[in-house]
Every structure is written in C-alpha cells, then in structure tokens.
Design a protein around this ligand. Sequence first.
Ligand SMILES: Nc1ncnc2c1ncn2[C@@H]1O[C@H](COP(=O)(O)OP(=O)(O)OP(=O)(O)O)[C@@H](O)[C@H]1O
Length: 609
Amino acid sequence: MADWDNSATPEADLGLREAGNGNAAAPGPPRDAEAAARAREKGWSEPQPLDYNRHANVATRGNADTSSNTLVEVPKWAHDAAKYEYRGEAGILGPVMADLELQLFGGTEMRLKKGVRWDLQQKIQAIVESVHKISPVMSLEDAGIHPAMLENCKKLGYNDTTPIQAYTIPAVLLGHDVIGIAQTGSGKTGAFLIPALSKLMGKAKKLGGPRPDLSTDPGARVRAEPLILVVAPTRELCIQIFDEARRLCYRSMLRPCIAYGGGPIREQRDDLRKGCDVLIATPGRLRDFMKDPSLLALHRLRFTVIDEADEMLHEDWAEDLQEILAGADASQDSQHQYLLFSATFDKRMRTLAKRYLAQNYVRIRIGRIGSTVSTITQRIVWVDGNKKKDALYDLLLDSPPARTLIFVKSKKMVDIVDDYLYNRGLPTTSIHADRTQLEREDAIRSFRIGKCPILITTGVSARGLDINNVMHVINYDLPSIEYNGKDEYIHRIGRTGRLGNIGAATSFYNEADEALAPFLAALLVENDQAIPDFLEEYAPPADQPLNFDDDSADEVDDFGAENNTNTDDAGGTWGNGSADVVEVAKAGPAADTAWGGTDTSNDVGGASW
Ligand SMILES: Nc1ncnc2c1ncn2[C@@H]1O[C@H](COP(=O)(O)OP(=O)(O)OP(=O)(O)O)[C@@H](O)[C@H]1O
C-alpha cells in the first residue's frame, strides 16, 4: 500500500542538487524553478543560501546578527555568550545590568511558551519513591528558592512548576540524590538547575573556587573548581543548558562555563581559568580537561548532573561516563548530590545508581516511562523507499508553513535531502556530525530564529533540543531498532508538542521498518491515534494491557509501589521498600487542585537556600 504513491522521482534527479545548500561548493538559486514557485504559492519563505564566508572569516567574530530582528548580539561561539560577572563586591545580590538583562531575558518571542494543553500536561500522574516525604510545590513562589533565583524564574515566565519540577525541586533542596524521568518538553532542565543553583546562591564566595580579579589584572587566571557539573551527550544540548544556566545565574556570583567538542579548545580553557562555578560539558571535552589538574579540579563538586542519563550509559559513552563519575566521586564535599534525568530509561541506570547515588535516593517519574506526550498527533504513512523525496516535498507543501524538523538515517542522507528540498525552493538548513561546529551552531540558530524553518538532521539532534514553535517532526527515515530506535523515536517526536503545545509527527514507514511495528502500533493505541491498516495486525487487542517490550515496562514493575519485590541484575531491589505513590491532580483542573492534596506537609521550608 502506498499512501504517497505519486510522481516518482528517479534517483538520477539527485543531479539537481550539486549547487545546493549542504556541503556543496557554492550555493546557487534553486534549480527547479517550477517547484520553487509552488513552494512560494504555499507560503514557504525563500531559501537562504549558505554564506560560507561567515564561517571561514575569523573577522566576523562577535558580529551582531541583524537578521533576527532582536537586540541580541549573536556571538560566534556559544562559549563566548555574555554572562553575569560578579565577585560579590556589593553584597550577595549583584547590581542590575540592563543591557545584559535584555540579552538574557529579552527575545521572549523566541522562547517556548506554555501551550493550550498545559493544564492537561499538569495532570499527569507522578510516582515518587522515597523514604522521605517529598511534598510537591505547585508554584515557584512557594518552593523556598533563593530570591534571586525566583526573580530570574519570573523573568523567564516560570511561575507554576511543571510536575517533574514540583517534586524534584523540594527533593533536591532537601539534599537528596534524584533520578527524574519525565516526558519530553516537561521542564527537566529547570528541575535540576533551579534547585541546584538556588542552593548555592549566596554561597559561591564561601564554597566556590578561586576567582581572579580581572579588573586589577586582566591577565590573571586560576584553576576551575566547579560546584556543579552537568554532563549531556550533545554539543547543542550543552549549549542550551549553558544558556539556561546563564539566565538563571543572573545577579548571582555563580559563573557558568561550557566545554564542548568542536569549539576552540584554547578559548574554552581560557574561559574556565577566569573562574567556574557551574560547568556544562560534553563527555569527550570534559575528559580532556580533567586530564589537566592545573586546569580543572572536581573536589568542590556539590552537584553532578547527568542529563539524558540513559543515553550516556550506552557503550559509546560508557567509558567516558565511568571516568567522569569516578572523577566527580572524588569530591571532598560530603553533601555532594547526584541527579540523573531522562525521558526514557535504561536498566543500567540501576547499576549506576547503586554505585554512585545515596541509598535513599529519590525516584520520580511522571507518567509512563518512555511515553509520548498526548499533544502530538502521530501519523505513520507508508512510503516506498524510492518515493520518499517526492513524498516529502508533497507533505511539506500540503502542510502549513511552520518550523519543521526532518530526521533522516545518515549524514549523507542529510545532504541529499537538504539539497533536494533546497533545489525545490524550500527554506532548509541542515546539521550533522561532519559539519564544522560553527556551521552546526549557525544552522540551529537559523532554524531557531525562523530564517531557515526547515532543519534536516540525523538522530543525533533527537535529544534535548528545545526550540520554540516546532510544529512538525518528520521521520523521513524511522530510527533503527538495533540502535535503540524506540527511545529515539520518543525523543525525536518530542521536539514538538512541548510544554502543552500542539504538534504533529509524520513518519514514513515501509517494510524496512517492520521491527518497529509493534512498538509504533502500541504507541498509537496508547495515544488514541488512528492506526493505519498496514499496522493493524500489530495493534494490541483492546482488552489487553499495552506491551512496549522494553525497559520501561520493567521499570514500572520495579519502580512503582505496585510491585516492590523485583530484584535487579545485581541482585538488589530498585527500591528500599518504601514507595510513596502520589497521584497528581487526577481529577479537576491542575492549577486549582493541590498537587499535594494527598500529601500536604511542607518539608521544604526547613531545607531552603
Ligand atoms: N515552570 C515552567 N514554566 C514555564 N515554562 C517552563 C517551565 N519550566 C521549563 N519551561 C520551559 O519548558 C521548555 C522545555 O523544557 P526542557 O527543555 O527543560 O524540557 P525537557 O523535559 O528537558 O525536554 P527533553 O526531554 O526533550 O530534553 C523550555 O523552553 C523551558 O524554558
């Protein structure tokens, strides 16, 4: 069956793309003028040829990006981004810096806002397993966070907490290690940054590492001795977390830094040497830096955060992670906390938890682990392999012009699809691992500001990217089951439908994807979505529970109070036998229903900043 059985494009048509937008030598105007005219008719903006000089010319460094219509100066490298620099001269709270404030908190039109289904997302069941009582906080005002943090949250428009934040913030403030699992786009970054930074605000002088006085000696440098270490698997995700940290550290003494591959190592080292309280890093670059004890020491760490923790446990990263955690474990601070977060789950997180987390760590999960948010309309369509390009062009022209993220299976395919669409007049940009880091950063920026509203990428970008108004995710190629395709599907489509916003995900499916069929069918059933006839045979019978045949099912057994008897691979139980299952606002409007309705004491007061 072919849903998209229309005008086939022979592979030879790829000849059109030699002057395209990918890695080709010189971009020209779209080759297929007729197709481009149709794209214009449908409202898609003109494609933007790549300005290769922009990346090649070092002199462009720090130039303002005039295309964004914002006052924000766009630096050439993410690590160059402006941050609040304060050494505590005027007291705990630093002075207002209006220009910087505008840079950090302005451009609100670019940031994701709560969507029309926010209330629905707030009602998702939370299961908290802890020996200690964790009373959820519904509003940041009541969370016991530092006043500077509260102000920064308000400036960002964060007033109510999301469910994962409601439990994680008090748990972290109380000093617990936490494993937090919640759906994509549910505010996990804030769930770890807000309480961790808040706890250290006003204490940086006492607890933090050395800080050079650059006003008297601009050349002075020190060793970086961070209090918080955040590790995440991709450069783009680290940049995003760093940007959030820059905003949340405003007017405090906490100085965030970033270390990620692809950027100039000397500049990143130099920035670390100006003092570092919060280090956000990709594993490879972090390991490099850890090898130089005169550059970086982890003995002051109060928090080690592993974002996308299940991904970090994959073979590709395992060695890096072991070394990093061993380094972090050398922290001499008895109050060192570990925080592990993800939207999906890997059994190996248990072993990790056993090795590094305190025995009484708190586990918080919001909804079924590995579930997709219900605000995404998922559509699976049959497209034969040789018809995908045409099907994609038709799909884009049939969809309202909007930010669209297209996932393909390989770097080569990124170039092919980018050039194909570009030559048909669509405003594309693309990103993959063989692009230079500057090209990667520029592509994301162009997508974020809407200059190039179609971004083509591999699954590498699936995790964490938080971009306002991504309305459509297209799986041109579905992920491969052998490479953890189920989780990747969840993360990929989770780039849309975030924070209660509506989104759509369309996946091209054919016989090559059959291994994913039972999983896709179960997801569609779980989310009340239409099942295409070619997936019907895989759909679970209506009277039987859904089986996702993955670690998430295992986790539900081990994690929830429903069954506390399971043992893990290492022979111990997940839990310590004292699960506190809290149903969050199961009935009634979330905002009006106290989340703590089942659990009203407030432990947070005693453990606030
Ligand atoms: N309390 C809040 N109120 C309003 N917006 C919030 C709040 N907390 C976070 N956000 C916004 O929600 C968006 C999603 O947050 P975030 O990227 O942390 O999600 P996530 O759960 O980490 O997603 P993923 O699993 O895809 O990485 C961000 O744009 C963030 O600014």
